[in-house]
Design a protein around this ligand. Structure first.
Ligand SMILES: Cc1cc2nc3c(=O)[nH]c(=O)nc-3n(C[C@H](O)[C@H](O)[C@H](O)COP(=O)(O)OP(=O)(O)OC[C@H]3O[C@@H](n4cnc5c(N)ncnc54)[C@H](O)[C@@H]3O)c2cc1C
Length: 577
């Protein structure tokens, strides 16, 4: 059996930052990372626009409290305010730390880190490395992993989180290149497994964003929090869905409908193109539904031509490359066709501000931690502001590392029945290979992605959600009818796809059930049958549990500590921009 003090699942920004913290703080600890892809290929590497922090380099009037207020208002008041306080207060120090590690942020003429405007942020506070910020940050952090000699189990897929007597004790992992199965026991486990964009048919996320961590946590009996809040990014390149960063609007791009109008003035007159994502995505969807797409079609235009070639190539070169690569469009001379694309998971595994997973009503699960997009701390509530996610990864990645170091001091390795878990995993894989139904994985996956997209999208209502859930139940029943052609042990990617499909379906069921239960409209969750926010009934976090009888819904309160200290500023108001 493999043994480590701490095992981190996920080599993206959150996982890498946590590992660096542990290696720096207590080099004696045996920490390892398990990742189904090479860490540098984690979705974090694709982050473009930037990372928010009230550094005051461009706006001397900025401060953490304004950043906190923007975040809470952006969240439609559902964010936990103690977590938002931690996020925004620690932001400047984590950026300086990244800078000291060598991250190549873009600069002002005087050499300080540059900051650009971003949707929903009052001040110019988003630090960036052109429009390749995630790339710059992840490469530096992964270099540190090599420097500190952190072992990386690369291309190992986690099959199971071992929880016994309410305590996380280890993992069962599968080696993709050779089909070997191993059990790891550890004093503590961190899940930093990213999002689930692939549950929908159009997404900005990479192929590995399949919600595995969420599914494994739910299967181990943990609740998933606020799963109904799915972020659609307003500007996915049409029709492929790949992201055109919000930095493009931060630099001054216009959104224009088929009538040549900058329609955002009807939806967010003061912020226009820089309104938060939920509002902007619904505005675009509404324009398209009312026949005001380009030539009446399913997209609108994102136009940067007025910025001029020099600024485009200096500030948003990646957006330029993406449009050429996917559509053969040169954005210096032509507008880009865009529409909303599934982008980010506000919900996830509930944690406190020290990244300890909460089982229910604020009870922590010994040995189990979560950070990054897979976690729900909750700093984004019902809607995340752009450039707050990279920040969450590094602030809470750092905090997770510190918290894990404290947790494992004086703890012994738990006992784990290795043979039992090996047999169980072999049974699971043999069962998949033995199935001999008429369905191919791709068929079932597409059917599922279309179902979730058609029934639980930007606008929702009871009848469609119920119909969607029925279809998901049917699709789930068909899972045992998929046939795998590859029976080999060398890079059997069909097995991985089948396991990822299991995650997608579990997560999709949680999303739709949580959405059905929340009879109000808040942030990214917009119910046409309940168009208003209802603080009296629903200013609370949803908890969804997987049970043999289906998904069970419960709730827990929202932390309102900033409101208690500063009621004038933080008391929930109607959200206007
Ligand atoms: C195109 C794009 C652009 C973005 N731009 C920005 C931006 O400019 N600013 C911003 O703030 N946010 C941005 N975001 C969001 C942000 O990048 C992500 O939320 C964040 O990077 C997630 O990091 P993470 O460490 O939580 O997970 P990820 O980087 O997604 O990493 C997940 C890790 O988990 C591992 N893993 C998952 N399942 C398993 C399994 N079963 N077994 C083993 N390993 C597993 C994977 O191998 C991977 O290493 C963007 C997102 C996208 C998609």
């Amino acid at each position: 059996m493999i043994e480590h003090d701490i095992v981190i699942v996920g080599g993206g920004l959150a996982g890498s930052r946590a590992a660096v913290e542990i290696a720096r703080t207590d080099p004696r600890l045996k920490v390892a990372i398990v990742s189904k892809v090479h860490p540098i290929r984690s979705h974090s590497v694709a982050a473009q626009g930037g990372i928010a922090a009230a550094l005051q380099n461009v706006d001397p009037n900025d401060d953490w409290l304004t950043h906190a207020f923007d975040t809470v208002k952006g969240s439609d008041y559902l964010a936990d305010q103690n977590a938002v306080e931690v996020l925004t207060k620690q932001a400047p120090s984590v950026i300086i730390d990244l800078e000291h590690m060598g991250v190549l942020f873009s600069r002002l003429p005087d050499g300080r880190i540059a900051q650009r405007p971003f949707g929903g942020h009052t001040n110019r506070r988003t630090c960036y490395a052109a429009d390749k910020t995630g790339h710059a940050m992840l490469h530096e952090l992964v270099s540190r992993l090599f420097q500190y000699k952190v072992p990386i189990y690369e291309e190992w897929y986690v099959l199971k989180l071992i929880v016994e007597e309410g305590e996380a004790r280890g993992l069962v992992i599968y080696h993709i290149p050779t089909a070997r199965i191993e059990v790891i026991r550890a004093k503590a486990i961190l899940f930093s497994t990213g999002g689930y964009g692939r549950a929908y048919n159009t997404t900005s996320n990479d192929y590995a964003s399949t919600g595995d961590g969420l599914c494994l946590a739910a299967m181990a009996g943990m609740p998933l929090q606020d799963m109904e809040f799915v972020q659609f990014h307003p500007t996915g390149l049409y029709p492929v869905g790949v992201l055109i960063s919000e930095a493009v609007r931060g630099e001054g791009a216009y959104l224009v409908n088929g009538e040549g109008e900058r329609f955002m003035e009807h939806y967010a007159p003061s912020k226009l193109e820089l309104a938060p994502r939920d509002i902007t995505s619904r505005a675009i969807d509404t324009e398209i539904r009312f026949g005001r797409g380009i030539q009446g079609g399913r997209y609108i235009h994102l136009d940067v031509r007025h910025l001029g070639k020099q600024r485009i190539m200096e500030r948003i070169p990646f957006a330029h490359d993406e449009a050429v690569r996917h559509l053969g469009i040169d954005i210096v001379y032509e507008p880009m066709p865009v529409r909303p694309t599934v982008h980010y998971s506000m919900g996830g595994i509930p944690t406190n501000v020290d990244c300890q997973v909460l089982s229910a009503h604020n009870q922590t699960v010994p040995g189990f931690f979560a950070a990054g997009e897979a976690a729900c701390a909750s700093v984004h509530g019902a809607n995340r502001l752009g450039s707050n996610s990279l920040l969450e990864c590094v602030v809470f990645g750092q905090r997770a590392g510190a918290s894990l170091v404290r947790h494992v001091q004086d703890r012994k390795l738990p006992s784990v029945n290795e043979q039992h878990y090996l047999d169980e995993a072999k049974g699971l894989l043999a069962g998949l290979l033995d199935q001999s139904g008429p369905l191919r994985i791709d068929q079932l996956r597409r059917g599922f992605q279309d179902t979730l997209t058609d029934h639980c999208s930007l606008f929702r209502e009871e009848a469609t959600l119920k119909a969607g859930l029925e279809q998901i139940a049917n699709l789930k029943a068909k899972y045992s009818q998929i046939r795998l052609d590859d029976r080999g042990t060398c890079y059997n990617t069909e097995i991985i796809e089948a396991l990822e499909l299991r995650s997608l379906i579990a997560v999709g069921e949680m999303i739709a059930t949580s959405a059905l239960a929340r009879e109000e409209s808040r942030g990214a969750h917009s119910r046409t049958d309940f168009p208003d926010r209802n603080d009296e009934k629903f200013l609370k976090h949803t908890l969804a549990y997987q049970t043999p009888e289906g998904v069970r819904i419960d709730y827990r309160p929202v932390d309102l500590s900033l409101q208690a200290r500063d009621p004038e500023r933080f008391t929930p108001q109607a959200r206007k921009y």
